[in-house]
Design a binder for this molecule. Structure first.
Ligand code: GLY
Length: 365
């Protein structure tokens, strides 16, 4: 069986790697693999603190995927570090404390592991936190990973497994007799395959020839900073500052991602002065020493949003076309579960039970 994967971000590459390891002939097509959402992602693996109230199905999928991470990374060769210090969700004023109390009660009712901390207990965990932090939740099972390192490891592993990478722009899906049979490249060349996997992230809803899908770009601007002798934080810190969410995710020896805006602006890729200002102001409020770090990168990319914030996995309305998209805020987290589920579908013809609730059935526009 031959498989064409449209999209060489984390999701597309992981599917390609897993499918090739199962003996399928796989080609990934992407003009610049890893230059989309994978490049901007902070790498939070956070089934608790990323899912909103009521997103229980998404949380279950997220926990399934997080549980797969250690083995997934071991199979990749162990070169990508999983940061397991957990996540702190911090607050500053009485309203924030009330919000943390509600969240705490909800997690406890849902039997999810979380601890309520005083401000000083939070600072014992993360001494760089502002003395103004009044309280926190500690979610010990919400981890993180550096997405660019993960992407590089997947690219190498996919190549080792025999995946062919075609670095060309995709023009359209080729459909013959009501079936997806290939991809037409922007230069007119056509690649054919028994199955086409659509893993184009935010562009999944606009591939000419593909059925209309409920996937839209949700812009996020992020910052990358460096400095502080051994890094300012050990784990992820999230906060609500004057009603605005901000997160700080450490990576490597002294790196820090600060994110992120959430903007409905289509494919606008502008990094705005206002967003950089607000993210830095809020991050400095949470961790004052952020002001001393070097701002090394600002960028904007697009999350593949769906109406219910959950991914679209598995068969599409068009025979021959398989969906692996719509991962919205959780692409990095959902990479292992998505890759395994789509590899199962490609080899056995069925999705595993954990992925079955995420088919497109009933969710078309
Ligand atoms: N997962 C974080 C974000 O999408 O901003």
């Amino acid at each position: 069986m031959t498989v064409l994967v449209a999209g060489g971000g984390l999701i597309g590459l992981a599917i390609a790697w897993r499918a090739a390891r199962r003996g399928l002939a796989v080609t990934v097509v992407d003009e610049a693999p890893g230059s989309g959402a994978s490049r901007a992602a902070a790498g939070m693996l956070a089934p608790l603190t990323e899912a909103a109230y009521g997103e229980e199905a998404l949380r279950a999928l997220s926990r399934e995927s997080l549980a797969r991470y250690p083995a997934f990374l071991a199979e990749l060769g162990g070169g990508v570090e999983l940061r397991t210090e957990g996540t702190l969700e911090v607050g500053f004023d009485a309203d924030d404390m009330a919000a943390l109390d509600r969240l705490h009660a909800y997690y406890v009712e849902s039997d999810l592991p979380v601890t309520r901390l005083t401000g000083s207990a939070a600072r014992r965990r993360e001494p760089a936190l502002s003395p103004r932090v009044r309280g926190a939740l500690h979610a010990p099972s919400d981890h993180s990973i550096e997405p660019r390192g993960l992407h590089a490891a997947l690219l190498a592993a996919a190549a080792d497994a025999g995946v062919h990478i075609v670095r060309s722009r995709i023009g359209s899906l080729v459909v013959e007799d009501g079936r997806a049979v290939g991809l037409r490249l922007a230069d007119g060349a056509v690649l054919t395959g028994d199955t086409v996997v659509l893993a184009l992230g935010a562009w999944s809803g606009s591939l000419p020839g593909a059925p209309p899908l409920p996937v839209r770009p949700v812009k996020g601007q992020i910052l990358r900073l460096r400095g502080g002798a051994e890094g300012l934080l050990t784990g992820t810190v999230r906060a609500l500052v004057r009603g605005e969410s901000v997160y700080l995710v450490p990576f490597g020896a002294d790196g820090l991602v600060v994110g992120a805006t959430v903007e409905e602006r289509g494919f606008d890729g502008t990094v705005t002065a206002g967003a950089v200002h607000d993210l830095l102001r809020d991050a400095i409020e949470v961790v004052p020493e952020v002001a001393e770090l070097e701002l090394v990168e600002t960028l904007a990319r697009w999350r593949p949003g769906t109406p219910d914030n959950a991914p679209l996995l598995g068969p599409s309305p068009l025979p021959g076309l398989v969906l692996a998209t719509g991962h919205h805020r959780n692409g990095v987290l959902l990479t292992p579960a998505t890759a395994d589920a789509i590899a199962d579908l490609l080899t056995d013809g069925t999705l595993p039970p954990y992925a079955a609730p995420f088919t497109v059935d009933g969710r078309m526009p």
